[in-house]
Design a protein. Structure first.
Length: 295
């Protein structure tokens, strides 16, 4: 926290631009100040060479933010003295500028801890520094809404709410405002394009047929054509999983046949999850959601 010294008044009385986005990072993620000022510096976190190396993403909050912070506590003693006895960390609800299909991919984030760097309309960052001078986010927790899509008017605009509760008043007191060399749009363009995958034919004897489409429009996606572009994310009962063959003969209509074994030609014995990714020029450019495969 900065020591109070009278520091004069600037000639401009202009407002800061509104918060219109947030970078959501795995806890403990650090970025040098030099890299934080460049879009390419955030690319190392948001669209690296593999999906396994992704440690964060950007959420567009242009549909608005509502401050939900609890007012400071003031207490009056029986002697008549009134003073502030407690501050509360900042809370907000931000409304994602995204489709409900995109929002559903966030259901697994409910109640999880992240670091948050807020982005103003002009690309300026609101953040903290660690003890080494690296840029870090405000630590906190995210909550999402499992409700059905909202009807009509501003209900639709508020259909994708992200409730963010920060942990630390001290971090808020030590917040920094850093101007950058990029715009919010450049930051958003770093985020891989999202696609939808779904089961076209159930897993049986090691074989699985998947349909891949553009989210919302449902148009077929023909880009996941090699076994390297399909990943087993997790398993329930098996210790290993290998995607042995991918048939992309039906890719023009978004159909792919995967052969997934524990090892050799032994089929999976329990549910597992898969995800598709596409790498171009050492960056993840396309991602599907994580899909559970019942066995």
């Amino acid at each position: 926290m900065t020591t109070l010294k009278y520091s004069g008044n600037g000639l401009s009385k202009g407002f800061l631009p509104d918060i219109e986005g947030v970078i959501v990072l795995n806890p403990g993620t650090v970025t040098t100040l030099a890299n934080a000022k460049l879009a390419s510096g955030w690319g190392a976190h948001l669209n690296p060479a593999t999906s396994a190396a992704i440690v964060g993403t950007y959420i567009n909050l242009r549909r608005g933010i509502e401050d939900k912070t609890t007012a400071p506590e003031f207490t009056t003693a029986n002697t008549g003295m009134k003073e502030k006895t407690k501050d509360f960390a900042w809370e907000c609800v931000g409304y994602g500028f995204m489709s409900y299909q995109d929002y559903r991919t966030w259901f697994g984030a409910d109640g999880k801890d992240y670091d948050f760097i807020f982005i103003l309309a002009d690309g300026t960052l609101l953040h903290c520094f660690d003890s080494s001078g690296n840029v870090i986010g405000f630590s906190g927790t995210m909550f999402v809404n499992y409700g059905m899509p909202k009807p009509g008017g501003d209900g639709k605009q508020k259909a994708c709410p992200f409730e963010i509760m920060l942990d630390s008043v001290a971090q808020m007191k030590g917040q920094e405002v850093t101007e950058t060399a990029f715009s919010r749009r450049e930051l958003e363009e770093l985020v891989p394009v999202g696609y939808k995958i779904e089961i076209a034919s159930a897993y049986a004897a090691g074989a699985l047929t998947i349909k891949a489409t553009h989210r919302v429009t449902g148009l077929p996606y023909a880009g996941f054509t090699t076994s390297a572009e399909w990943k087993v994310v997790s398993t329930t009962t098996d210790n290993t999983a290998v995607i042995a063959i991918v048939s992309s003969a039906g890719a023009d209509i978004g159909i792919y046949t995967l052969t997934i074994y524990v090892t050799g030609t032994t089929p999976m014995t329990g549910d597992f999850e898969i995800q598709a990714e596409k790498i171009t020029s050492s960056h993840v450019v396309s991602l599907s959601q994580v899909l559970n495969i019942p066995v």
